[in-house]
Design a protein around this ligand. Structure first.
Ligand SMILES: C[S@@+](CC[C@H](N)C(=O)[O-])C[C@H]1O[C@@H](n2cnc3c(N)ncnc32)[C@H](O)[C@@H]1O
Length: 205
């Protein structure tokens, strides 16, 4: 099931690639706020999981050691073009965020923007992000979440099915994901649409 859903993500994002920036470009301020949470200095080793067309790169211009992974080659093609136009050197690779091909404790910062609500197995994704983060490393998250402690209404559950197929889940709770990790939540703030979108800062002990 996970393999099929991952393949479907690859297909649909290949179709969305030409219009993706038009859809997601409006989140410029939220990306800026999320990345501003990073405490590590400019030489930090940064990993962007599900990096898409690289809309975060505008906010990462000061950083010199960036790796970007995504399951969809066409999204990464546009990311590489953007990196070139911004004069940013980076390592971009096609890779599944549920099974990262990096060693333990490899990165100072992991950027998880609009991926935990999209990826078929968000628990695997956040556990992989935790694994590859160095001790004391940071995870910055911007995404849609159901409020902690809240249950999705019937209507929300029904609506979630078609939205998930075409776009994203709106019913994942950060507390459920964090329960599978040792990560500490050091910031959690609303980021639009009545608190549906949130910005978080997490730290690996
Ligand atoms: C909503 S877009 C977010 C892109 C980017 N992070 C942003 O903030 O604009 C989701 C991205 O996740 C990628 N993706 C989906 N499933 C993935 C997986 N299993 N592993 C890695 N990337 C995946 C898609 O190809 C797409 O580029």
């Amino acid at each position: 099931m996970r393999r099929l859903a991952t393949f479907w993500n690859q297909i649909r994002y290949s179709i969305y690639t030409p219009i993706y920036d038009w859809i997601a470009g409006g989140f410029y301020p939220q990306r800026g706020r999320s990345i501003a949470q990073i405490r590590a200095g400019n030489s930090a080793k940064i990993l962007i999981v599900g990096a898409g067309t690289g809309l975060d790169l505008n906010h990462l211009r000061g950083y010199s050691n960036i790796t970007a992974v995504d399951i969809t080659p066409s999204m990464l093609y546009l990311l590489k073009k953007r990196a070139k136009s911004l004069n940013l050197q980076l390592d971009a690779r096609v890779m599944d965020g549920q099974q990262l091909q990096f060693g333990d404790n490899s990165f100072d910062v992991i950027v998880l923007h609009l991926i935990l609500a999209v990826i078929p197995d968000p628990v695997a994704c956040i556990k992989e992000a935790e694994r590859v983060a160095k001790p004391g490393g940071e995870l910055v998250v911007f995404d849609k979440f159901l409020e902690d402690g809240k249950r999705a209404s019937w209507l929300r559950r029904i609506v979630n099915a078609p939205i998930l197929l075409l776009a994203t889940s709106i019913n994942r709770r950060m507390e459920d994901l964090l329960a599978h990790t040792q990560l500490r939540k050091t910031n959690d703030e609303p980021a639009g649409f009545g608190g549906l979108f949130r910005i978080l800062h997490l730290q690996k002990p």
